[in-house]
Design a protein around this ligand. Structure first.
Ligand code: ZN
Length: 152
């Protein structure tokens, strides 16, 4: 154990990354990809760029009023969600993601090999009782036990 008071030599100086805005004195908290490239930004300037990006998106979509923006979001929420298989297939065909994403996608298809050949199989609506019973039997037969309980 040490004895005596700590001196300034006991500390390594904190690395301060300046905000990319020339007139800004704050230190950056993150790096964000802007249309001009990656930039280190302080909290205030990060919010500034996020807001600007949102405004541009709304302008491009023709969303001007609060009501229009609200309706756009509600319609988006009502739209059908991709199945896990569709989601992980999309991940596999998207370049430039972190390697963990591809790893998780490959693990999903290892656990659910049938999802590779027919990603929308489980989205098909059931029309009648007979088909539904057959479908249940099919599911029971092809179900693969989960190796862990991690969410997909
Ligand atoms: Zn700043």
């Amino acid at each position: 154990m040490r004895k005596g008071k700590l001196t300034s030599q006991d500390f390594t100086p904190k690395v301060v990354v300046p905000c990319a805005h020339a007139d800004c004195k704050e230190s950056a908290i993150l790096s964000r990809k802007l249309p001009t490239g990656w930039a280190n930004l302080c909290k205030t300037h990060d919010l500034f760029h996020v807001q600007r990006e949102s405004d541009e998106f709304c302008r491009a979509q023709g969303l001007e009023t609060y009501e229009q923006k609200r309706n756009w979001i509600l319609a988006k929420l009502r739209a059908p969600r991709p199945t896990p298989a569709e989601h992980w297939a999309k991940v596999l065909e998207t370049p430039g993601l972190i390697w963990q994403a591809y790893e998780m996608a490959r693990n999903y298809f290892k656990r659910h090999p049938q999802a590779l050949t027919n990603p929308t199989a489980f989205m098909t609506p059931i029309e009648d009782e007979e088909t539904e019973a057959a479908f249940r039997a099919y599911l029971a037969e092809t179900a693969i036990p989960e190796s862990d309980s991690s969410p997909e």
